[in-house]
Design a binder for this molecule. Structure first.
Ligand code: COA
Length: 330
């Protein structure tokens, strides 16, 4: 059976490094608090690049390392909750930038689970043989929706983009997947768009808040439950058990969440790939950034089994169990 296999990875983060000490000049916080509660040391904050700029650079890296002509890309999906604009989609802007003239393109928003959802959508087109190659990007400029006066949230997030190219594979590729959403818990992590304001509406625009707000403890509780359930589900839907898995690549939100899950499932902490200390929470970009990081460090080899697991706003969660292929380029 045709599988959808990752053949190359790419990432891009803005040059501007913002340390915890830098943030402590903006809000009442300190390096020790942020590190001990989250594991984050620094993050990248964009000065003049928007989500499509980051996405384009991550995509160009994935195309270059995979030696793939943009004209051979059939589908571009950008997972983002911080698009440049309502219209056009960020995916269409990337298409223009990289000259992928034969692709159809759209954005999805599943917040921090967006990359998992995007890969799972693209996978369907490849497995049913309606397309050959897809570019999936997670890209965010969360800095534009973060409330820089709120120390509960502004310390957590960073800007960045990660990309993968999927193509048909036979023996390696996506083995199993699981996705779940809990819309009834959506208010725990939210950011509004523009208010409904028109000649017929009674909207009070002054009440409008378009910055991130979060119930941190509720999200923490949701995250650990979602990661545990997702890992169990993708394993159940495969012929593998946890000992067969080389790495778990979780959404990079908080080291304490990962630590809690590793203890609860009795999984060696070293099995979880963590790079949130350098980038913070980059939402839909965090998993593909981690994958590119691992790929460039030669951490994943042919036939390795890895689990990717995302969770976040919506609330959403999802995972993929992947058998890494020999064709993957660094
Ligand atoms: N610096 C210093 N103190 C801070 C602070 C900061 N940046 N942010 C909050 N505090 C204070 C609080 O005001 C509170 O003080 P008080 O006891 O005097 O009221 C104290 O620290 C504890 O706050 P609390 O919110 O209970 O901390 P916590 O241990 O729950 O940690 C999070 C907060 C946000 C780090 C944690 O809840 C978390 O990681 N949640 C998940 C968030 C997440 O991953 N979101 C994205 C999902 S995709």
């Amino acid at each position: 059976m045709t599988k959808a296999e990752i053949v190359s990875t790419g990432m891009y983060v803005p040059n501007n490094i913002v340390t915890n000490d830098n943030i402590s000049k903006i809000v009442d916080t300190n390096d020790e608090w942020i590190k001990s509660r989250t594991g984050i040391s620094e993050r990248r904050i964009s000065i003049n690049e928007n989500t499509s700029d980051l996405a384009t650079k991550a995509a160009l890296k994935a195309l270059k390392t995979g030696n793939i002509n943009p004209k051979d890309i059939d589908l571009i999906i950008v997972a983002t909750c911080t698009p440049d604009s309502f219209i056009p989609s960020t995916a269409c802007i990337v298409q223009k930038n990289i000259k992928a003239t034969n692709a159809f393109c759209f954005d999805i928003d599943a917040a921090c689970s967006g990359f998992i959802y995007g890969v799972n959508i693209a996978r369907q087109f490849i497995e049913n043989k309606s397309i050959k190659k897809a570019l999936i990007i997670g890209s965010e400029t969360l800095s534009k929706i973060v409330d820089w006066k709120d120390r509960n949230t502004c310390i957590l997030f960073g800007d960045g983009a990660g990309a993968v190219i999927l193509k048909e594979g036979e023996s390696s590729g996506i083995i199993s997947s699981y996705m779940e959403s809990c819309g009834d818990k959506g208010d725990f992590l939210r950011c509004d768009t523009v208010p409904l304001y028109n000649p017929y509406s009674k909207c009070n625009t002054k009440e409008h808040i378009n910055k991130v707000s979060m119930e941190g403890r509720e999200i923490f509780k949701f995250a650990v439950k979602a990661i545990i359930k997702t890992i169990k589900k993708v394993l159940q839907c495969s012929n593998y058990n946890i000992d067969d898995i080389k790495y778990i690549v979780p959404h990079q939100a908080n080291y304490r969440i990962i630590d809690y899950v590793s203890k609860k499932l009795n999984i060696d902490k070293n099995k979880f790939y963590v790079n949130l200390d350098k980038y913070g929470n980059t939402s839909s970009a965090s998993i593909p950034i981690a994958l590119d990081d691992m790929n460039s460090k030669n951490l994943i080899n042919n036939n390795d089994k890895i689990i990717l697991v995302g969770f976040g706003g919506g609330l959403t969660s999802g995972g993929l169990l992947i058998k890494w292929g020999s064709n993957i380029l660094k």
